[in-house]
Design a protein around this ligand. Structure first.
Ligand SMILES: C[S@@+](CC[C@H](N)C(=O)[O-])C[C@H]1O[C@@H](n2cnc3c(N)ncnc32)[C@H](O)[C@@H]1O
Length: 292
């Protein structure tokens, strides 16, 4: 497997406060996920929190949920920010040729967590993407996350089938835009390269990578700023979200390794997680000082 672009975390972002103001970045940059599990998505959680805050979607739909690491991060932001977003996760919960095929235990885990925390605004649709398309009207979705099968043909099909459901502030997220893996026939990177200049867009090339595509006509100004960022400015923004994303990925890897070794989340991993949570809260001092 190769990456299209390498993520380079900067030691210092010179114009952090200027960027933070333009992005209306606040304490969500220091949040840690309340739900983690097996996934290649954990690096994107900080930008998912921020995007949910800025876009305030009325309807969020995810195509491809698996253990729901991405989905639960959007739900966490909706809940924490008391937004009135309706969230829908679509998956057969059977797997595919790239994610692997799995049994119903995965759905049971996701369903249990969803019922416990987010049932009042979140629904799991256990069906194919094409079947679920019939459940949504045209122009009704503000935020769509496409993360199903990652072949060129599959992602193009998902995009073409769902594009007319996007509202006039619609944003589509594509996962795995940074992965070149010919053996497994990954093609999202190619589709993203064809598509990204046709609309306002932003590329987060951290790990598997996330593409943010603005297919609507009116966006909140922080999102317009994100779409307009080029060169060093864009790299600094990638660095802000990406560095925190790497921290979250490390925590996830650590917890999963520990779980695998000992078959439970033992107290050692949990203590490290809690310490890193405390470190993660440090930026709050920066913001509270600024507000004084
Ligand atoms: C890459 S995984 C999703 C990863 C997840 N977003 C995360 O945070 O880790 C892809 C999922 O899409 C589902 N899937 C693929 N094609 C599908 C289709 N046409 N209809 C329904 N589910 C599909 C698979 O069952 C699999 O669980």
């Amino acid at each position: 497997m190769k990456f299209v672009d390498d993520f380079v975390p900067y030691e210092q972002i010179s114009n952090f406060s200027e960027l933070a103001l333009k992005l209306e970045l606040d304490l969500e940059i220091s949040w840690l996920p309340e739900y983690l599990n097996i996934s290649a998505w954990s690096e994107n959680i900080p930008i998912a929190f921020w995007l949910t805050k800025i876009l305030k979607p009325n309807t969020f739909v995810e195509l491809g949920t698996h253990y729901a690491v991405s989905y639960m991060s959007f739900c966490q932001a909706v809940s924490k920010l008391s937004l009135s977003t309706n969230c829908f996760a679509v998956d057969t919960w059977k797997g595919d040729s790239q994610a692997g095929y799995y049994d119903s235990k995965v759905f049971d885990i996701v369903n249990k967590y969803n019922k416990l925390h987010y049932t009042h605004f979140s629904k799991l649709l256990r069906k194919t993407f094409d079947e679920a398309r019939l459940d949504f009207e045209k122009n009704s979705i503000d935020l769509l996350h496409i993360d199903g099968l990652h072949t060129y043909d599959a992602v193009k099909h998902d995009y073409e089938t769902w594009i007319d459901t996007l509202s006039d502030k619609g944003v589509i997220l594509f996962h795995d835009i940074n992965v070149i893996n010919d053996e497994q026939n990954f093609g999202v990177w190619k589709f993203w390269q064809e598509l990204r200049d046709s609309f306002p867009s932003f590329t987060l090339p951290i790990g598997p990578g996330l593409g943010i595509l603005g297919v609507g006509k009116r966006f909140p100004s922080p999102l317009q700023f994100l779409f307009s960022a080029k060169g060093n400015e864009a790299r600094n923004i990638q660095s802000i979200f990406g560095s925190n994303g790497l921290l979250i990925k490390s925590i996830n890897d650590l917890i999963l390794t520990k779980q695998r070794e000992e078959k439970l989340l033992n107290s050692f991993a949990w203590k490290i997680f809690k310490s890193l949570r405390a470190i993660g809260r440090l930026p709050s001092r920066f913001f509270s000082k600024k507000q004084q």
